[in-house]
Design a binder for this molecule. Structure first.
Ligand code: SF4
Length: 451
């Protein structure tokens, strides 16, 4: 039986499943499990803990049609500057709830477009963060960069504050594809930013590429991949475009008839895999590639790869603090998400320093399922023995899942010293398999295509 037959038999081409950047996915968060829990959980953080920090900047000068990020368009900097002032208030309020001795191991600025900030406003924000949190010895500071909105003086400000990793959005270099997704961006603009960052010794560069966009063909996408390869990024994320116009209104601008079908999506993803693995990159999880000396490659090889809201990470911190509108904090006890509307976020912070409105308190069973899903997504294994040891109360559930997996997916798993291990040719099925084990009822329309 060919791979395609196997994928079809297991429903890959029809399934809509979570990306599992968290367990449970954020659409299971409930109102009310927010602010009160968050403050209790923050106060319970042990002395000396390393925390990761994510700061969301929900503003863009342009609104690309394909993008489902929580962001809003702005022509002026006034709302952005006002937002950053409020962000600093939130950072200080959260910091006051934590023990004095926590250290910041990671700082990531995402959006939206973090590089929309002026150098002065970025300085204000970063001074606030670094005044609040001492950084750990292996601290990493990363920023998402729109190459069309990255002024040299702003980049220099980030570098002066110790930028270690930059993640640049590329999506596709074809003009026809760019027109169809409302995102013009020349190869030269991307090259200029990369050159600047490399000259300033920013040690790690990541590029984001999307397959499944309108008008993409194998030929056009391969040209984009060749350009990307020539830029020699340290890391690559190759995501599948999720067409969900009922959730992301901007996507109504994209004509469904222009989108590649699921077989073509599979071929485009396979082309990316071939181009990068044949040119010295190591495949990481389902959609990342890195040079072999990258820390993500090391984490993958040693079984330490993790999953977070940005995709794959080698960050081992158990605590992620999210700041800004819609940002999610993850603590051992559960998740707390800030209100998504920028105005409501600002009002809540002004009122009492916190803005969480939704969240999720994790039971032991949820923690067990989170481990099952992370093992599958990061290591492609179901390790019954290790799970049973970590969650002895759920021994019977773990056994039942192992039996069920071998009944339904026996053709794609094999037995190894790690337990049940997915065959590499079946890695594209991993989200379908995770969704099969996840017994939380889930609305199909809330998720993206499995390929
Ligand atoms: S792709 Fe980037 S610039 Fe475009 S709307 Fe999304 S966040 Fe904004």
């Amino acid at each position: 039986m060919s791979n395609i037959d196997t994928f079809r038999r297991h429903g890959l081409f029809d399934a809509r499943v979570p990306r599992y950047t968290s367990y449970p996915p954020a659409n299971h968060f409930v109102e009310g499990a927010g602010q009160r829990n968050q403050q209790d959980w923050l106060q319970a953080v042990p002395d000396g803990t390393d925390v990761s920090i994510y700061i969301h900047i929900p503003f863009c000068k342009r609104l690309c049609w394909f993008c489902a990020c929580r962001t809003q368009g702005t022509k002026t900097m006034r709302p952005v500057d006002a937002y950053v002032t409020i962000l600093c208030k939130e950072i200080m309020a959260v910091r006051r709830s934590l023990p004095d001795t926590v250290n910041m191991s990671r700082l990531h600025l995402g959006g939206g477009t973090p590089t929309i900030l002026s150098p002065e406003t970025m300085t204000q924000l970063l001074r606030c963060v670094f005044a609040a949190f001492t950084h750990a010895p292996d601290f990493e500071f990363s920023v998402e960069i729109d190459p069309t909105e990255a002024a040299p003086d702003l980049l220099q400000t980030l570098i002066d504050f110790g930028l270690t990793r930059a993640s640049l959005g590329v999506q596709d270099f074809s003009e026809k594809v760019q027109q169809a997704i409302g995102r013009p961006q020349t190869l030269e603009q991307t090259q200029t930013v990369i050159l600047f960052l490399r000259e300033q010794n920013v040690s790690s560069l990541n590029l984001d590429v999307l397959y499944g966009l309108p008008h993409q063909t194998l030929e056009s996408f391969t040209r984009t991949l060749d350009h990307v390869l020539a830029l020699q990024p340290d890391r690559l994320a190759i995501y599948g475009y999720a067409h969900v116009p009922w959730m992301s209104k901007r996507q109504v601008m994209i004509k469904p008839d222009d989108l590649p079908d699921t077989l073509m999506r599979l071929a485009l993803a396979a082309a990316a895999d071939r181009v990068f693995t044949e040119n010295g990159y190591q495949a990481i999880g389902i959609d990342h590639f890195t040079l072999p000396d990258d820390s993500l490659a090391h984490a993958s090889t040693t079984g330490m790869l993790r999953r977070n809201f940005q995709g794959y990470t080698d960050d081992q911190s158990q605590i992620l603090l999210g700041f800004g509108a819609s940002a999610i904090s993850k603590l051992p006890q559960g998740y707390a998400q800030n209100t998504p509307a920028t105005f409501a976020y600002q009002e809540r912070i002004e009122a009492n320093g916190f803005a969480s409105f939704k969240g999720f308190a994790m039971s032991t069973k949820d923690r067990m399922m989170a481990q099952v899903i992370e093992d599958l997504m990061c290591r492609f294994i179901f390790n019954e023995a290790a799970l049973g040891e970590a969650f002895p109360t759920y021994h019977a559930d773990i056994r039942a899942m192992a039996v069920s997996l071998m009944q339904k997916f026996s053709d794609v798993f094999f037995i190894s010293s790690k337990g049940l291990e997915l065959k590499p040719a079946a890695y594209p099925l991993v989200r379908v398999i995770a969704g099969y084990l996840d017994d939380r009822t889930t609305q199909q329309t809330a998720h993206s295509s499995a390929i």
